[in-house]
Design a protein around this ligand. Structure first.
Ligand SMILES: NC(=O)c1ccc[n+]([C@@H]2O[C@H](COP(=O)([O-])OP(=O)(O)OC[C@H]3O[C@@H](n4cnc5c(N)ncnc54)[C@H](O)[C@@H]3O)[C@@H](O)[C@H]2O)c1
Length: 367
């Protein structure tokens, strides 16, 4: 029923009782590589679908590029020349350096920024968005507290008192920026909100699937980055496809085990692992993507360069997420005495941050 109503709404000019034209105001918190790729789609869809207000605001952590503010460059050239060069936004996308102004009155707030920057932004966001605003997180990462894992979507739910959907998938931003066909997965708790976000993101080159499983979708998005680091080490050591396939299989098993062990009652659906957010994202991230690339360079340099140095050299301001996630997951595993249950995640961590040699990648007894 709901899906049909929203399909009707998808036609320009269509109306829905609960969604008058222009009633949904979209904002994006984040303007990096993937954040910008998503905003490109949101901008086009805001023009396409009547329910969305025309303007899409994008919060930009301001920086100067060749003496000019990045926001000014984006608003005149319609291109994020630093993080998504060569791809144009529709003119209804407005880059805003002031966070409160960027999210003021927004009814649909999307989040896509490296998770380490999120927490300090939340009070301002809470004070500025429309009452009852719904949120969506495309952030791939996890946090932790004294009790163990904290999902980024839970941080948002708690900090903003809002319903939060998640979007994760096989989505290398630079490929999306050139409209190469791909899929993604939205995990929702509230079906109506999940469908609205699907409408906002679904596009000819981005097929959005929806599942009622936010936890499985989000954990897949975060944990696959650890596997990508292992895959990058494998590439850097000169191993071929057989080795990488073995590591992907082993990594996927640990991802599933982690999900089930830490969230036994969250309704994680086995089918989620077969969606774009699961096996597809795992494959793309172990072949393309920044985590694999940096891990390959780290292995090639045989640890003579630090991860920070490699991140700075190869990513031009983008952030390496997989090693940070490996560290955060290891912190939780250590705290719970569970390192031995996750030998692959532990090995990736120990090669990245401790003295473990690269040979541990293939010599550790995995299950
Ligand atoms: N790039 C991809 O292909 C891709 C694909 C899927 C998901 N993701 C996920 O999307 C999330 C965001 O990644 P991205 O690629 O959009 O970002 P990015 O790594 O390209 O860019 C970093 C962003 O952080 C901002 N920033 C730097 N310092 C900051 C600060 N102190 N406070 C606030 N912002 C600050 C920068 O301005 C920039 O917008 C991550 O969780 C990532 O795992 C990325």
């Amino acid at each position: 029923m709901l899906a049909r109503s929203l399909q009707r709404l998808a036609r320009p000019g269509a109306r829905l009782m609960s969604g008058a034209p222009g009633s949904e105001k979209i904002a994006m918190v984040g303007s990096g590589n993937f954040g910008s790729a998503l905003v490109r789609i949101l901008g086009a869809n805001a023009q396409r679908h009547a329910v969305f207000d025309d303007e899409v605001r994008m919060y930009v952590y301001e920086e100067m590029i060749d003496g000019k503010p990045l926001t000014e460059i984006i608003n005149t050239t319609h291109e994020n020349v630093k993080y998504l060069k060569g791809a144009k936004f529709t003119p209804n996308v407005r880059a805003v350096p002031d966070l409160a102004e960027a999210v003021k009155g927004a009814t649909m707030v999307c989040f896509c920024l490296p998770h380490q920057f999120l927490k300090p932004l939340m009070p301002t966001i809470k004070a500025s968005v429309a009452p009852g605003a719904k949120c969506l997180s495309a952030i791939k990462g996890i946090d932790f507290d004294d009790n163990g894992v904290v999902l980024i979507s839970d941080l948002l739910r708690e900090g903003l008192n809002a319903d939060v959907s998640v979007l994760m998938g096989a989505n290398v931003a630079n490929d999306m920026a050139h409209d190469q066909f791909c899929e993604t997965t939205i995990g929702y708790k509230d079906e109506k909100n999940g469908e609205l976000f699907r409408l906002a993101f679904d596009a000819p080159a981005l097929k959005v699937g929806t599942v009622k499983d936010t936890v499985g979708v989000e954990l897949c998005g975060a944990l696959k980055n650890i596997v990508a680091i292992g895959a990058g080490f494998s590439d850097g050591l000169g191993y071929g496809g057989n080795t990488k396939a073995a590591l992907i299989r082993i990594g996927l098993k640990e991802m599933i085990k982690f999900c089930k062990m830490f969230y036994p009652n969250a309704g994680i659906d086995d089918n989620t692992f077969l969606e774009s957010c699961g096996v597809a994202d795992l494959i793309t991230t172990c072949f393309g993507g920044r985590n694999r690339k940096c891990a390959e360079a780290y292995a090639k340099a045989n640890k003579t360069k630090s991860l920070e140095q490699i991140e700075a050299e190869l990513l031009a301001g983008q952030k390496l997420q997989g090693t940070l996630t490996a560290k955060e997951v290891n912190h939780i595993l250590k705290m719970k005495g569970l390192e031995h249950e996750f030998p692959f995640f532990t090995t990736v961590y120990k090669i990245s941050y401790e003295n473990a040699p690269f040979s541990a990648l293939t010599e550790t007894p995995y299950q």
